[in-house]
Design a protein around this ligand. Sequence first.
Ligand SMILES: O=C(O)c1cc(=O)[nH]c(=O)n1[C@@H]1O[C@H](COP(=O)(O)O)[C@@H](O)[C@H]1O
Length: 237
Amino acid sequence: MTPAPLLTPAPIAVALDAPDLETAARWAALVTPHVSTVKVGLELYLRYGPDVIASVRGASGVQVFLDLKLHDIPNTVAGASRAVSRLRPAILTVHAAGGPAMIRAAVEAADPQTEIAAVTILTSLSEADLARIGLEGPADDAVRRLAALSVESGAKGLVCSPNEVSAVRAEVGEGITLITPGVRPTGVDAQDQARVATPERALADGADLLVIGRPITASPDPGAAAAAIASSLRRAS
Ligand SMILES: O=C(O)c1cc(=O)[nH]c(=O)n1[C@@H]1O[C@H](COP(=O)(O)O)[C@@H](O)[C@H]1O
């Protein structure tokens, strides 16, 4: 296999969970030489709406992941998916727990260039939390079940923790983008994340795109933090 050119951006989506647009755009500009993707979530989208996409895409034209985690009845999710499609995000999230008809509705309403990714079980939930919401047993079981139903319903991407990524790959095979938040470099606090692993582990276990927020954006130099994780991934692969 030909080694990747040294400066290929790493398969990382930096979560731009910023309180204001200027900060988000600054983070995006600092990290985009090093990473493939930036992620816009609820905090920014609910404050600024669709304009935020163009602001973070900036001059670099970096791939934008729109993480709205849609979860409603199929008709409503179809409308929302159609509404944001014109922004041409590369990825749009829905909650897998919305069920097959809802996932299918999101896929059918989206622009063909937008990949619908289904969030299986939030990485902030521990097995004790899962038991409290009626999902007793190993997280792996629920994640694999939701992954299979999402793919059957047309999702081309799945979001799970790095701890489940190899089980999910075995369940759904190649050709589905596996996206893992819950990523923490060695020694970095998990904060509100419950099911975590290092970036190197997530990639080795088969993740296609690592979502990383605060370990990069809370650094005094987000560009250097992104570059350090990207080069550590290159060394490990
Ligand atoms: O869909 C997501 O991106 C997502 C799913 C999930 O299960 N867990 C999760 O943390 N996320 C997002 O991934 C990002 C993680 O951020 P950090 O914990 O700061 O690295 C946040 O923007 C979350 O909204």
